[in-house]
Write a protein that binds this ligand. Structure first.
Ligand SMILES: [Zn+2]
Length: 1060
């Protein structure tokens, strides 16, 4: 039986390879321990239950740990020595995964006692570095060891509030399956799977305990203490007196011929220069000499003693067209996969180490393997049966458009490792006169950069799992009162028909407050049975076989449950959260199959294992070296759970709703290491936020999902990937475990050269995602791309992709906030931009006598602005007072997973004036185009007679100018137009104008349905809302001690010159 996830069935004869593993590293024994053990895609032990091992204990976002040793291509017998950058901790002593047989199903895992914390390494995550909390940990305060009642379990009719009823002694107290038991075997005779916790922890065994009043709001602390406003940026120094802007001019130099800039005021020289064109699709050769250099410059007049700041802010470059992908990619190699799937930070791969070190920017890629394709561009599906999937027998590369056929069609040469492979009889085709296969037009795998292979049984160790959705829902007082429970129940119910995978889809639910409530959904029941477990120390799962059911069989029971869920708990006064124990229970139910766990969380976990304390956001630690500790999990429980979830193919999404601190840093860890995501709805109130929750949950439930997936990116000899950044867990050295992945997830990676010099002219990349489709097919999605090797730094810059660079910058900076001060993370962004521009300047400045001008490559003209926006983004901005801790952490988790386009839009949102469009008659529809004209993100763009929409992809802000015609406001808002806008919600009025506005919002939302933008209405001058919703987000403005765009440019320019 081959391991599932094995991307390499069918054994190669290549001697250097160890047994049969595809994705598997060549040398298992030296595999640095990064993850929780063998899983899909690694060895034959894939599905073997391994003793829980220490999860990564490095920073929450620092997913990849040491991205050491890419043995991906398998043809290097011994990897070279590795060096580790500062952000990459060295691997711990080698970890040898246990080997063992393969299994059809996951056995139910054993849980370790949390008393045995996993060994930590790296930063002292999980240790308290803060001063004592303002109040004792909740768990200690509130549940005194109440009488040790026997474990309680009861069947309660639906509609009753949860209660516990004494349960007959523990003979039934048995969740654990034996290792080799089949899924359906009764487990009545087994033992509890969770050993008791350490005795020092007082057990909370009561149900319906007296409420403990809510936790003090952290905001109160925030209000009392004057926030220290730190300037996020180094103070602006030097002799720049504000002065009228000086003319700037386009400056276009050509190699060998310096043309002085014309002395007239003109817009920046952002004329797009003709890009170098490589002929055809063939790989270009090294440096292309003698072509025009294209760079731009800004006149800054920074001659010492000048009073002229020399900067016309109107002339600064702005990405008003959104993300523009570099097109050289597609033109140079038309058979490359679309850039929606793979983008390189530069399309010119450096030929030497010295070029890399001079490049200064991240060298790497951003991959979005399941990006949504427009109609007509779907990835073709190829079924090779019975031939088997064609792969290089040495490096396991999948056949792709860049392989070449020789010897009359009997051999093919691997484009990655150059091995000559035999063409099997089934796959043979004659070659035409030009050496191309005559069947080329029937072979998408030989003509398209993206294909999906149907994987034969060698790629699985168990039958492909069914789509499985499990819901863990907080039903404590605040959760119910907010309306969250009701909206969640309604939304799930409304999506039942659209859940992928009918008729195999499985579903199940657990709710919790201070106790855990299970629901028997067996299809023979007319309504579900609720069972309450109140022993939090010794979790067991009652009726383990009926908690997860086939949706189509139990449809009516599931519907009855969802219909009655809100009323069941409507009078619940329980304030507690036994979140950790409930999480363990969910794990036990799901671990046999894997699947997707959706967690709806409203109250800080207060009982049992995983309880969290109010760490709060402490003003005093900001600016100290303890600051980052607030942004990482304190309790290793969450990482341990995340590791276990991943191991058993469970992806976790967190929906967090509280108006109080809930430690998103800790909760988000569950999503982070399982390839999931965090949805954050602070102070959720259904009246205000329900549409957003409905939409986002519905998308989460209905979007196409790849199950039990693993991903690897291969690249040509001499280049290797060294670190990975995003939400996933790393298996082996270069295999990303993704229990559930979808089109909204992107992953970034950095690469380096293995040798001093690259001798090839082209480097090939191949991303392979092995997964189970919702329809139950095992598939491998393969994206292949080629990029030229260049020997000239100028070409690296010319082919830079700002979007990919910003994606890597963003992930690296957020990771840095987990071990450093915010300020340090911002400074690192700035410093890399400065270094890159300085290096670029050195290429041209002297020879062209550019003096005080700021010069930069056309390809990077927006980089400084995106860098500024990144420094002002929620995860990095300001200090203590500039973003609430949970908000910061939630934004960090979100941004770590965002695809390039979504990230760029969040960093530099669109601002559009719409009043003219609304007032014009519908005859002028051709004006519609202008509506998309984006404006600079500065208060200067706002005219008080206008109406504007700000859209960052996550929310809309509609800004009403003070002098806006009351007629427009009335048409849009109805009778409330002059009232308090906080009380007005935008809905369609009976007017043409209102219909047009609603149509516009709909159109904007449809342009990227990943998230739902709620609409916030703000009137000019209405403080603090105007500031909060809009003004602080105008990234070009100088607000609260931050740099404005022009100042930022001047500052960068001065730093570039300092040691230039
Ligand atoms: Zn090969």
């Amino acid at each position: 039986m081959k391991p599932m996830g094995t991307e390499n069935p069918g054994r190669p004869n290549f001697p250097a390879r160890s047994a049969a593993t595809p994705f598997a590293p060549a040398s298992q024994t030296s595999m640095p321990f990064l993850s929780s053990g063998p899983v899909v895609g690694s060895e034959a032990s894939a599905f073997r239950p391994t003793p829980p091992t220490a999860p990564q204990t490095s920073m929450a976002f620092l997913s990849s740990g040491p991205g050491v040793g890419s043995e991906a291509s398998g043809f290097r017998p011994s990897p070279p020595a590795r060096s580790y950058g500062p952000s990459v901790p060295p691997p711990p002593p080698s970890y040898v995964p246990p080997v063992g047989g393969s299994f059809q199903r996951f056995p139910t895992p054993q849980f370790p006692s949390t008393a045995q914390g996993p060994p930590t390494r790296g930063p002292p995550v999980g240790q308290s570095v803060l001063s004592p909390p303002m109040q004792p940990p909740v768990g200690q305060v509130q549940s005194p060891p109440v009488s040790l009642r026997p474990q309680q379990l009861s069947s309660v009719p639906m509609g009753s509030p949860p209660q516990s009823v004494n349960f007959p002694p523990s003979s039934v107290n048995v969740p654990q399956a034996p290792l080799d038991s089949s899924f359906s075997a009764p487990r009545q005779t087994l033992h509890p799977s969770f050993p008791p916790l350490e005795s020092s922890y007082p057990a909370a065994r009561t149900t319906l305990q007296p409420s403990f009043p809510g936790y003090p709001s952290r905001q109160s602390n925030a209000v009392l203490q004057a926030p220290s406003v730190q300037s996020p940026f180094p103070a602006h120094q030097g002799g720049y007196a504000p002065a009228p802007p000086a003319p700037s001019s386009p400056f276009l130099a050509h190699q060998g011929g310096y043309v002085p800039p014309p002395p007239v005021a003109a817009p920046l020289g952002l004329h797009s220069r003709e890009q170098m064109q490589y002929p055809g699709s063939g790989p270009p050769i090294g440096t292309i000499q003698g072509l025009a250099e294209d760079f731009n410059s800004l006149s800054l007049g920074s001659i010492p003693g000048s009073i002229d700041p020399g900067l016309d802010s109107k002339a600064l470059p702005r990405p008003l067209d959104g993300d523009v992908e570099p097109n050289s990619f597609a033109e140079m190699y038309p058979m490359n996969c679309n850039s929606r799937y793979l983008r390189l930070t530069t399309f010119g791969i450096p030929s030497s180490q010295s070029l890399i070190s001079r490049w200064q920017l991240p060298l790497g890629a951003v991959v979005c393997p399941l990006a949504e394709a427009p109609d007509g561009e779907e990835v073709p599906i190829v079924n090779f049966a019975p031939t088997g999937i064609i792969r290089c027998r040495r490096c396991r590369t999948y056949v792709n458009p860049y392989v070449t056929f020789t010897d009359g069609g009997r051999k093919w040469r691997c484009n990655i490792c150059a091995l000559l492979n035999d063409v099997s009889g089934d796959y043979f085709a004659h070659l035409d006169a030009s050496g191309r296969r005559i069947d080329l037009d029937q072979r998408p795998e030989l003509t398209k950069g993206s294909v999906e292979f149907v994987a034969p049984t060698e790629y699985m160790v168990r039958p492909p799992m069914p789509p499985l959705y499990f819901f863990l829902i907080d039903v404590s007082l605040s959760a119910v009162r907010s309306g969250m429970v009701e909206i969640v129940a309604q939304t799930i119910r409304s999506c039942l028909d659209e859940l992928p995978g009918f008729p195999r889809t499985q579903i199940g639910f657990i709710t919790f407050d201070s106790t855990i409530h299970f629901y028997n959904m067996k299809s023979s029941l007319t309504q579900p049975q609720m069972m309450v477990v109140s022993d939090l120390d010794d979790i067991f799962v009652p009726l383990p076989d009926d908690l997860l059911v086939n949706l189509s069989e139990s449809r009516s029971v599931v519907e009855t449950f969802l219909d009655s869920l809100p009323s069941m708990f409507q009078d619940n006064v329980n304030l507690e959260s036994a979140f950790g124990p409930a999480l363990k229970a969910a794990f036990m139910v799901m671990s046999q199959l894997g699947g997707k766990l959706l967690i709806f969380q409203n109250t800080l976990p207060s009982l049992g294992v995983g309880r969290l304390r109010l760490r709060g956001d402490d003003l005093r630690v900001y600016g100290t070296d303890k600051e980052h500790a607030l942004r990482i999990p304190e309790d290793p429980f969450y990482k341990q759970m995340a590791a276990d979830f991943t191991k058993y193919q469970i992806g976790v999404n967190i929906y967090a709703f509280s108006d109080k601190y809930t430690d998103i840093a800790s909760l988000g860890t569950l999503a982070k290491y399982t390839g999931g995501q965090v949805y954050y709805y602070p102070s959720f109130q259904s009246a205000i936020h329900k549409e957003r929750l409905r939409h986002e949950l519905a998308r989460d439930l209905t979007r196409e999902t790849a199950w039990e997936a693993v991903m690897r990116i291969r690249c040509g000899k001499g280049v290797r990937f060294t670190s990975y950044h995003g939400n996933f867990m790393l298996r082996s050295t270069d295999l990303l475990a993704l229990p559930a992945v979808d089109c909204d997830k992107a992953f970034a990676m950095q690469m380096s050269l293995e040798e001093t010099l690259l001798t090839t002219q082209t480097v090939y990349f191949q991303v392979a995602l092995l997964y189970t489709s919702s329809s139950g097919e095992r598939r491998i999605r393969v994206h292949t791309a080629a990029a030229p090797v260049v020997t000239d730094l100028g070409e690296m810059y010319r082919h830079a992709d700002t979007g990919a660079i910003v994606s890597l910058f963003c992930r690296l900076a957020i990771e840095k906030t987990l071990s450093h001060k915010l300020e340090d993370a911002r400074n690192s962004v700035q410093s890399r931009i400065v270094k890159a521009l300085r290096e670029y300047r050195n290429l041209y400045a002297v020879q062209h006598r550019l003096g005080g001008r700021m010069i930069y490559p056309e390809s990077l003209k927006f980089l400084p602005l995106y860098g500024l926006a990144l420094c002002k983004s929620t995860p990095l901005r300001g200090g203590y007072a500039d973003a609430q801790l949970d908000e910061r952490c939630a934004a960090g988790y979100t941004m770590m997973a965002l695809p390039v386009k979504g990230l760029l839009k969040l960093l530099y949102p669109s601002l559009i004036r719409i009043d003219e469009y609304l007032t014009k008659g519908s005859a002028q529809v051709d004006e519609f185009k202008n509506i998309f004209k984006r404006l600079p993100l500065a208060a200067e763009s706002l005219d008080s007679r206008g109406l504007y929409i700000y859209d960052d992809g996550f929310r809309f802000v509609i800004w009403f100018g003070r002098m806006l015609s009351p007629d427009i406001a009335m048409n849009l808002l109805g009778v409330d137009f002059a009232g308090d806008l906080t009380r007005v919600s935008l809905c369609e009025q009976d007017s043409e104008m209102s219909r047009k506005l609603m149509g516009l919002l709909k159109k904007f939302r449809e342009s990227d349905p990943s998230y739902y933008q709620l609409c916030h209405l703000v009137r000019q001058g209405e403080q603090p809302r105007e500031g909060f919703f809009l003004l602080t987000n105008l990234v070009e403005d100088q607000i609260g001690g931050t740099n404005g765009y022009a100042d930022w440019i001047l500052q960068i320019h001065r730093q570039v010159q300092q040691t230039a």
